[in-house]
Design a protein around this ligand. Structure first.
Ligand code: PMP
Length: 402
């Protein structure tokens, strides 16, 4: 008898499972709107020209493959912090931001979860928006935190449940941790307005909550990396100490390179040094030190004004294509097909995803009858749509809801 004979089979990953079903489908019209990876106008993965240039620079400099330090390439984390917090940031300019390179956004969240579980003095409770990126829940549980939810999505308006959000945060125990999607909330595509962010910051202050920002889409929501960093910068300006998980998967298209950063704002360089030391103690037994290639790419882009401007243009290009797809999908459903229902949210939502309002049975019909694949919560990756498939997609949705 094998030692593993009692290991139960677990369920497949709900998001990656969609891709499996898509791959198995032989129909030529099939569309995969499940996974959150950008596709160009031809439906192909996109390697950013700025990334290609950075790789040429790296190749010609013939760097060695020695280990990076435990917290990664310091130049990269410094530049990543600059991109997120902004040149005017007080903790940045005071050398009071403690940062570690991470295995993309997931790794940053996990370092953060583990650090908070070990060192955050007040609470083990972390409040996540309902719904949230599915991986947040096991990730923070596995980090040793007590996972709870706050209301976020209003089904009836397909918009933000701001009243529910406020009352849940006000009802949270003093000092609890609250996870906030910095921009382009996944899966809903619904973000608070600047006024609503100001109110959330106020509540976080009143309740002494600890804000942990997940910023997986900086630049992807609006096309501007500065505009998308609004909430993080507002909270820092309002005097909050924050934790921040950054990912360069989407905005630099570096998915498989796993480039990210975790950071904490501290009060001064001496406190930062103590926090740095504990980040190292935490990371060393996990994976010793992070990989170098992807961080070198991001570092090369962020460290060169010309290349960085080019990159920002390319991020805007991706964001604009998605915004254009939203516009077209809305117009086809509402004006051309006169599809029953209200579809305005497709235009008002931002970022990679749209929460369509399609039900689980409708998504199943779409997969089986139309070869259109999405997660069963009705979330679609807008990046999977393009000029060649958007009409077919809209017609399929139209048929599924009638
Ligand atoms: N947070 C959110 C909200 C996400 O949507 C994602 C990617 N789907 C991540 C974090 C992490 O992604 P990665 O580890 O690829 O950077």
């Amino acid at each position: 008898v094998s030692v593993w004979s009692a290991v139960p089979a677990g369920p497949p990953d709900p998001i990656l499972g969609v891709t499996e079903a898509f791959k198995a489908d032989k129909n030529s019209r099939k569309i995969n709107l499940g996974v959150g990876a950008y596709r160009d106008e031809n439906g192909k993965p996109y390697v950013l020209p700025s990334v290609q240039k950075a790789e040429e620079v790296i190749n010609t400099s013939k760097l060695d493959k020695e280990y990076l330090p435990i917290t990664g390439l310091a130049e990269f984390t410094q530049r990543a912090a600059h991109l997120a917090y902004g040149a005017e940031s007080v903790p940045l300019n005071n050398n009071a931001i403690s940062a570690a390179q991470s295995i993309s956004g997931t790794g940053a969240l996990r370092i953060g979860g583990a650090f908070l579980a070990r060192h955050y003095p007040t609470s083990k409770a972390i409040y996540l928006p309902t719904p949230t990126w599915g991986n947040h829940i096991p990730l923070f549980k596995d980090s040793g935190l007590d996972v709870r939810g706050y209301r976020y999505f209003d089904k009836s308006t397909v918009g933000l449940d701001f009243e529910g959000l406020k009352s849940d945060l006000r009802a949270a125990p003093e000092g609890a941790i609250v996870l906030l999607h910095a921009c382009a909330h996944n899966p809903t595509g619904i973000d608070p307005t600047p006024e609503q962010w100001a109110t959330i910051s106020q509540i976080v202050k009143e309740k002494k909550l600890f804000p942990f920002f997940d910023m997986a889409y900086q630049g992807f929501a609006s096309g501007s990396t500065d505009r998308d960093a609004h909430a993080v910068r507002l909270f820092v300006k309002d005097g909050h100490q924050v934790a921040l998980a950054q990912s360069f998967a989407k905005n630099m298209g570096l998915y498989g390179e796993r480039v990210g950063a975790f950071s904490l704002t501290t009060t001064d360089p001496e406190e930062k040094a103590r926090v740095d030391s504990q980040l190292k103690i935490l990371i060393r037994p996990l994976y010793s030190n992070p990989p170098c290639h992807g961080a070198r790419i991001a570092n090369t882009i962020l460290g060169n004004q010309v290349l960085c401007d080019q990159w920002k243009g390319e991020v805007k290009g991706m964001a604009d294509r998605i915004i254009n797809m939203r516009e077209r999908l809305y117009n086809i459903l509402t004006h051309d097909l006169k599809t029953p229902g209200e579809w305005g949210h497709i235009k008002s939502q931002i970022g990679m995803f749209s929460f369509t309002g399609l039900t689980a049975p409708q998504t199943q019909v779409l997969a089986e009858k139309a070869h259109v694949y999405m997660t069963s919560n009705g979330r679609i990756s807008m990046a999977g749509l393009n000029g060649s498939n958007i009409e077919y997609f809209a017609e399929s949705v139209d048929a599924a809801v009638r």
